[in-house]
Design a protein around this ligand. Sequence first.
Ligand code: HAM
Length: 426
Amino acid sequence: MIKAVRGTRDLLPPDTALWNFVEAAVRDVFRAYNFQEIRTPIFEETALFARGVGEDTDIVAKEMYTWEDRSRAASEKGQSLTLRPENTAGVVRAYIERKLWDRGLNKLYYIGPQFRRERPQKGRFRQFYQIGAEVIGPPASGSESPARDAEVLEMLATLLDRLGITDWNLELNSVGSSKERVKFNEALRIALEPVKDKMCVDCQRRAVTNPLRVLDCKVPEDQPIIETLPRIVDFLEEDSGKHFDEVQNILTKVGVPFTLNTRLVRGLDYYTRTAFEFTHGALGAQNAILGGGRYDGLSEALGGPAAPGIGFAIGEDRLVLSLQEKASAESVMSKPAVYIAPMAGMNGDAAQLARQLRRHDLVVELGDDSFRLKKSFEAATKVGAKYILIVGENEVKADAFALKNLGTGEQASVPRGELAAKIRAN
Ligand code: HAM
């Protein structure tokens, strides 16, 4: 038997109702903050991620689905392609390619699948979904302002609260400008030199290739050593320090609580200055419900003009998981208002009636005239219909139909013209 690929899964009803509920709520919030939707391709040239996300990040080094796409004609050249592991690089590629700087400050959001070859576990999949947003534009559009960072963070707090996820924790850090990071990386390299041999193999490698990544290590035995390493906040110069202070000031002013976490470095190389994660207790080991930050140099790294930006991506799978602790999918699933039960030979009249009622925006489930009445009642109950409507020859002649409330048992004969109003009424 052919099964779904490891790390992928089918989303089925009633769960899909919860996914739709989340996406509808999120789109409402984006609308209130004047964000517009962008959709980029789910595969791109491999070089985009190598340059954008960074060659020696876990994502690029071990987790990408990459293939050699052969040419199909002499006019077409073969190339290395990759299923997107994240969407920020794609958005910035589109910004450059489609000259989005002409629009000033772009406030864009996306909802869609991403792909990483990680070890599957609770809250971690190989095809997963992100709800993300990017604020990006030329420096003159105000894209670099700490006001943008604070607005994005406040929007996220609003969004989670709106969905009824209240026990979140915002962890905030500044990873500095690229210049400040060079100095910090050097200081880390020096501090790691005498101790790195006592650390895990990954850290021994990182200590040489990308010392910043050591701060991300989760191995318990390494933690006492990591605690003694230099802190990036001590390497921030005046501009970055002020920028970070202002982000915090605005957050305090608007009442969004946060925790400073000087070890938060994130797993992608493009970050500068503000970096953040929202965590949620119910998620266990994979407790980051979303992550993001500034990427002021990404456009230039991809060959574009200066275009500071800030954004985030919510793990939608994890968001739904933490919602499931509270709301059941059933509670947001729409149920049919009425089940239409045709008697023998009455499929056509039943279909006509269904068409009329659906025009009134009612959710209608249409039965089949091969069903005995008892079976129709069972089917109506199974789909959770509120009413059952019987369509027989006598009803059609009288142009009035037997309508029974499946909850109360109440039954009445209702003229065709009054059916929609009656069904909607209660
Ligand atoms: P990221 O931290 O790699 O950031 O991913 C964001 C979120 O996606 C994570 O916090 C997590 O909830 C979810 N996620 C990541 N990997 C998986 C997985 N294998 N299974 C389930 N959920 C997962 C980014 O992707 C950046 N592009 C965010 C960003 C946008 N930064 C600036 N703009």
